[in-house]
Write a protein that binds this ligand. Structure first.
Ligand SMILES: NC(=O)c1ccc[n+]([C@@H]2O[C@H](COP(=O)([O-])OP(=O)(O)OC[C@H]3O[C@@H](n4cnc5c(N)ncnc54)[C@H](OP(=O)(O)O)[C@@H]3O)[C@@H](O)[C@H]2O)c1
Length: 233
């Protein structure tokens, strides 16, 4: 599918994978709406930022009304990217941070789906990407809350895929390993480094998946650094 003039909505575009995605979709000629708390430094006629905290269902639904007024009701691609993680031993998990992770990483998918799925069903076309993590495939110690949220994203994505395929809507769950972004600001014992994946490469994979033929569906995209600690010798 050509991306020129298609409308793409991405949550969390201020930095990291979301910012890389916005720039690459714009390069493909798509119109990009970014929903987030902080506006990125993107100056482009085809970029529209709507200030939104994705933890708020009302802010998300208002953002889609604003987008409808701006570009009309036709969203082709939805990327649920906004997310964050805090890593702690189970007994030390801070309850505010726990809620923040589930509200951002999990609940926001339901909020955006309420807006985009009815519209994608009526146009009989759409592609939804949910950004999970390899922490949504395997559990790690001290990562219970984040893993729990990303396992939830995996399950939700599986349901969405089976529910929406007959409406010609693709749902792809993306499972990146460690990516060199600001994600690790809340985990003082992990520093981003050059043997992690690069956000631009993860974005390129997602943009590529957006262009596949209508009857070709990548259900899960798991991607990891080949040598996450660098060469052995
Ligand atoms: N980096 C990794 O190693 C890694 C690995 C696997 C999966 N992931 C997942 O990939 C996604 C993107 O993460 P990243 O690595 O690009 O991290 P990042 O650089 O920290 O970017 C996260 C983005 O999410 C936005 N965001 C967070 N809370 C939000 C909220 N309440 N409302 C709106 N936007 C919000 C942030 O915007 P503001 O804070 O500016 O509002 C930012 O734009 C996340 O879902 C993350 O869990 C990351």
């Amino acid at each position: 599918m050509q991306l020129k003039d298609k409308t793409v909505v991405i949550t969390g575009v201020s930095k990291g994978i979301g910012l890389a995605l916005a720039l690459q979709y714009l390069d493909e000629g798509a119109k990009v709406a970014g929903l987030g708390r902080n506006k990125p430094e993107i100056e482009h006629d085809n970029f529209h930022f709507i200030k939104t905290d994705v933890r708020s269902s009302s802010e998300v639904s208002e953002a889609f009304i604003a987008l409808d007024n701006h570009w009309g009701k036709q969203i082709h691609i939805m990327v649920n990217n906004a997310g964050l993680g805090y890593f702690d031993p189970i007994e030390d998990v801070d309850l505010d941070q726990l809620h923040q992770m589930f509200e951002t990483n999990v609940y926001s998918i339901f909020y955006t789906s309420k807006a985009v799925v009815p519209q994608m069903k009526s146009q009989q076309y759409g592609h939804i990407f949910n950004i999970a993590s390899t922490a949504g495939i395997e559990a790690y110690p001290q990562v219970s809350a984040y893993c729990g949220s990303k396992f939830a994203v995996k399950a939700i994505s599986g349901s969405m895929y089976k529910e929406l395929r007959d409406h010609r809507i693709k749902v792809t769950c993306v499972y990146p390993g460690s990516v060199k972004t600001d994600f690790f600001r809340n985990t003082p014992n992990i520093d981003p480094h050059d043997y992690m994946l690069m956000p631009e490469d993860v974005a390129e994979m997602i943009v590529h998946a957006s262009k596949t033929p209508d009857n070709f569906h990548q259900v899960n995209l798991e991607v990891r650094p080949l040598q996450p600690k660098g060469p052995k010798n």
